[in-house]
Design a protein around this ligand. Structure first.
Ligand code: PHE
Length: 449
């Protein structure tokens, strides 16, 4: 096997992994699930799940990724000295393939909104008209497919460049830009009259609004936004030298992810309340509410453009990680094959995504299990394959890899104490699997959802 590629810098790895984590999950999904799930109370539960369950799982993927120094499939067989375990990696690679095929559809919508700003089509509409416009934009078969293709092409072009020159360089520019732009937007949003209502909605918990459904959503959301369970974090960690401080990196990524989710909420809810809109508008929240919010501001469209650009960055850095693990698995880290494999994989993902793209227009009536093709793919990935992957990884790492080997790995590059490690290990071995089984049963039982 050829030599593994490596990240060039410690911060490069952290930003690339944070880039994978921060994406549609934190910026698009989080505000609307928080808006539907009860605001502040939802945020609190989400934070607890992220720290108590997300942290041990993230560390688990980091530890075995760096230990294995291999690709997302063979790592499992290599460390357990039995190739049967490779199936965990295979599930992850398959999941990322399907995930990217519909993720790129939403990525395409962002591109279409950016184009719409330049054609001036987003100015001066009523709230209802913004909603209608969203419907029109996503149901046009030609432009949505073209935009989805554009999103995939950017992804392919960056990832074909390799880990250092492609993903690392892009993340190093995109992630700080994202944080800065977000801060700017939040300041603008907080200066609106009546903004305080939105801030209260997000930050003051009202536990009476919490339902068991929203608790489970918070759990799924915590895994989804951290890209857990599909061996993405494992693969990124396989490009690490032994000098990287794994607990510190994991904590930085988790904090960045939380900060962005809160900033997204703070950018959106003050506007929603200031203009008397509803926080529980659902998936259209960002696309139909934000243009209305920005339209009310001086230079509003400029702000909206800034927002869309950073939204696109965030979606792209997540997309890079999804295709990267497929490329890593197929090329088995043979860098000579990277370009070709990235192109072939990317085009295949685009083709598989076309029906998902059309399910908001021409194929809207095609339903399986009472779901459109898009929803069915999303449901299968988010509610079945990702929790299953996370469950298998938690079990594999805590029951199959000796505890002392894990600790030895973790200690390289960090001076984390045994007690702290043991707490994480305990969470991984017992609490994470039990929690996932609960979500899993719920996913199975909530099929009418
Ligand atoms: N974390 C990404 C997001 O929030 C989604 C993702 C899931 C990326 C799994 C990679 C793997 O958008």
């Amino acid at each position: 096997m050829s030599q593994q590629e490596q990240w060039r810098s410690k911060i490069g790895f952290v930003l690339a992994a944070a880039g994978s984590a921060i994406g549609l999950g934190a910026i698009w999904k989080f505000p609307y699930v928080a808006g539907t799930g009860g605001g502040g109370a939802f945020l609190l539960i989400f934070l607890a799940f992220t720290l108590v369950l997300g942290m041990p799982l993230l560390l688990a993927e980091f530890m075995i990724g760096r230990m294995g120094q291999s690709d997302p499939i063979q790592t499992y067989g290599k460390l357990a000295a039995n190739n049967k375990w490779n199936f965990i990696g295979k599930i992850g690679v398959f999941t990322c393939f399907i995930l990217l095929s519909f993720y790129s559809v939403v990525g395409g919508w962002i591109i279409l909104y950016i184009i719409k700003i330049f054609s001036g089509g987003l100015v001066g509409l009523t709230q209802d008209q913004y909603g209608q416009l969203f419907g029109e934009i996503i149901s046009n078969p030609y432009s949505t497919i073209a935009a989805q293709l554009a999103f995939m092409l950017i992804t392919i072009l960056v990832v074909a460049q390799g880990v250092q020159k492609g993903i690392e360089v892009a993340s190093k520019i995109m992630m700080p830009a994202l944080l800065l732009l977000f801060l700017f937007l939040v300041i603008r949003s907080l200066s609106l009259d009546g903004a305080i209502e939105g801030v209260k909605f997000l930050l003051v918990p009202d536990f009476s609004k919490l339902t068991s459904g929203s608790i489970l959503f918070a759990l799924g959301q915590a895994f989804f936004t951290l890209s857990l369970g599909v061996s993405v974090m494992l693969t990124y960690a396989s490009y690490l030298p032994k000098t990287q401080n794994l607990p510190q990196s994991a904590l930085s990524i988790i904090i960045l992810n939380i900060v962005i989710a809160i900033l997204a909420g703070l950018a959106i809810f003050p506007g929603v309340f200031a203009f008397g809109l509803k926080p529980n508008a659902g998936p259209v929240l960002i696309f139909s509410v934000l243009p209305a919010v920005f339209d009310h501001m001086p230079f509003g469209m400029l702000f909206f453009l800034a927002f869309l650009l950073l939204f696109l960055f965030a979606a792209l850095t997540s997309a890079f990680s999804m295709i990267e693990i497929i490329v890593a698995a197929v090329t088995k880290n043979d860098t000579r094959r990277r370009k070709k494999v990235t192109w072939v994989t990317g085009i295949l993902i685009f083709i598989v995504g076309i029906p998902a793209c059309l399910s908001y227009g021409a194929l809207a009536d095609v339903q399986l299990f009472h779901k459109t093709i898009f929803d069915l793919m999303d449901y299968t990935v988010s509610n079945i394959l990702m929790p299953l992957g996370a469950l298998l990884i938690a079990i594999y790492v805590s029951w199959k890899i000796p505890k002392k080997d894990l600790y030895t790995e973790l200690k390289q590059g960090s001076n984390v104490g045994y007690a702290l490690f043991s707490i994480c290990y305990f969470l991984l071995k017992y609490i994470v699997p039990i929690a996932i089984i609960i979500v899993f049963l719920d996913a199975a039982g909530l099929s009418h959802w």
